[in-house]
Structures are given as C-alpha cells and as structure tokens.
Design a protein around this ligand. Structure first.
Ligand code: R5P
Length: 304
C-alpha cells in the first residue's frame, strides 16, 4: 500500500483525475451523499491510517457547499488516522475578502484557513491567490503555485507577433512583465481614475498600443467587467487582436454574455474551476490545464 493517497471531493473531479494520471496513480475511494435534510455525508473506502492524504477540491460556486464538503472530508481523514492531510485547492474561494475595509465586515480568506486547520488539514496547495494581502491572511502552511508557466507556454506556441502584455491595473504589472519576458513582448498597464469604489471616471494606458496585438493578463475573471472595459478601451486606441488570460474563470453573473460581445479574440482560463458548461456557451473560451503543476507540487510535498 502506497504511503500517499489522492482523493477528490465533487467540485472539480476532472482536474483531480488529471493530477492522478500525471502521478501514475488511481484516485482513492471517497464517496459523498446527502442526508434527507441535505446535510452532507462522506465516507472513505480506503485504509488511511499512517498515510499522507491529498484531498482535491476547488471551493468555487457553490462555495459554501464545496467548502463544507472539503471540511468533512478532512475531518473524516483525520478521524481515520491519516498521518498527514493536504488540501489541494486549485481555486480558493472567499479569498478576495482579505481585510476589513469597513467596520463590521468579515475576513473570509483568514476564516477559511482557520476552518481548514480546525478540521485537521496540515497544509494546503493552492494557486494564484489574488494578492499579497490574501497570502498573508491565509495562515496555514501553504504551497502557492502560479499558472504562469502553463499559460505562457500556451501563448508561446501561438507565436503572436507585435504583442503587448497589458496589465488591467498597476498592481498586475509585475505579473505582466513575467509574461512579457517569456513571450518577447512589450508591457503596458491600464490606469483607472475612480469616482467611487464602484464607478470608474476615466481609463488611460501607460503606452501606445496602436497596431499591436494585446494580451490582457489577470488573476480572476469574475463578472468580466474589468476585462471587457479594458478590451473596449484597447480597441478604441487601435489594438489589433485582443487576447485575455486569467488563472481562475469564475465567470459569474452576466460574464459569458459580456465576453461574447466584447472585442476579444480568445479568453483563456485554466481548469482550476470546471469550464465544460461555459465552453459550450462561449466558443472563444480556451482552457489550459494546470494539473501538471499540482502533480509536481504533490510529489514535492510527499517527498517523491
Ligand atoms: C482585481 O484586482 C482582480 O485582479 C480582477 O481584476 C477582478 O477580481 C476581476 O473582477 P471582475 O471580472 O468582476 O471585473
């Protein structure tokens, strides 16, 4: 019996299968069902005593349901004598509430980490947390991966000429520069002058993008407001083809409709969140797999 076992909860079974395949392993047995009142139940069909258990679960929509599923799986592994438990969370939901900007608000990024620890997780492996502040708020042993190698190699293969990597805000410029280096491209960043937290007064760009192909890089596409406004401005300023890439395709609310109408040639996201349904609705949506990056991290963490 191997010392390491990888199991999955229900939110992102496809990435878990890919991770297991990459590790030349089979997923361990873990089943879920509901009590008549819809409380969640799970049961391992594996001997866990003395083993390092990796539990894969993205806490994407429905975040509450998926988080609870992960917590009960961790608790079941702990109660079954697992030696070590690592929660593999390709998309860490609730991360964007990382500080109290107004009195009376929660800090959910930190709360989720506390819950994971309390359930019995020893560590987590996750990807592209929204900011340094989020990283700090999540006080649990963590391996923080970046989708950059997978996304950059997707675009490298496309050999796009006259490319400019565009950061949708100044904070994203560091990341944009990484891509620019890998793709031999220029960089630019968008500046927003805000009227209020929700209203943008004006947008401007740090350099001339007239006649260039543009690739906007972001960590998350949620409502797609940021990306669509940025793309519209780039088009107005004479950009040729506009591409968009983000690690997490949350695609909430009317995001799909907005992206359909936007002057964007391709929207590239990873499989940290399942995209099968969205792909059917949005033809220009392309998926890059980050399973290999998780596979390598699991190997490092389990020492083989
Ligand atoms: C903001 O700082 C983030 O990097 C994303 O730009 C933001 O979360 C995207 O949200 P939305 O798609 O709703 O504009």
């Amino acid at each position: 019996m191997a010392n390491r076992v990888i199991v999955t909860c229900k939110s992102n079974v496809d990435i878990a299968k890919e991770i297991a395949k990459c590790m030349k392993a089979k997923l361990g047995k873990l089943s879920f069902s509901k009590f008549p009142d819809f409380e969640s139940y799970c049961k391992f069909g594996e001997q866990l005593s003395g083993r390092h258990v990796f539990i894969v679960q993205s806490t994407c929509c429905p975040a509450n349901e998926n988080l609870m599923e992960l917590l009960i799986a961790i608790d079941a592994a702990r109660s079954s004598g697992a030696k070590r438990i690592t929660a593999v969370i390709p998309y860490y939901g609730y991360a964007r509430q990382d500080r109290q900007s107004k009195p009376g608000e929660p800090i959910t990024a930190a709360l989720v980490a506390k819950l994971l620890k309390a359930a019995g997780a020893d560590s987590i492996i996750t990807m592209d947390l929204h900011s340094k502040a989020v990283e700090k708020a999540i006080k649990v042993n963590k391996t923080h991966l970046h989708a950059y190698p997978a996304i950059a190699s997707y675009f490298k293969a496309k050999k796009i000429r006259n490319l400019c990597i565009v950061a949708p805000d100044k904070g994203a410029l560091k990341n944009a520069k990484l891509y620019a280096k890998a793709l031999g491209a220029k960089t630019a960043f968008i500046e927003k002058k805000r009227k209020s937290a929700t209203e943008v007064e004006a947008m401007s760009i740090s350099s001339n993008i007239n006649g260039l192909n543009c690739l906007i890089i972001d960590d998350i596409i949620s409502t797609a407001g940021t990306i669509c406004e940025s793309a519209a401005m780039l088009k107005k300023l004479g950009a040729e083809n506009i591409y968009v890439a983000a690690t997490h395709g949350v695609l909430a609310g009317k995001a799909i409709q907005k992206l359909k109408k936007a002057p964007i040639k391709e929207v590239v996201v990873t499989n940290t969140i399942p995209q099968e349904q969205n792909k059917r609705k949005l033809k220009k949506l392309k998926i890059v797999s980050v399973a290999k990056l998780f596979c390598k991290a699991i190997r490092r963490e389990s020492g083989k």
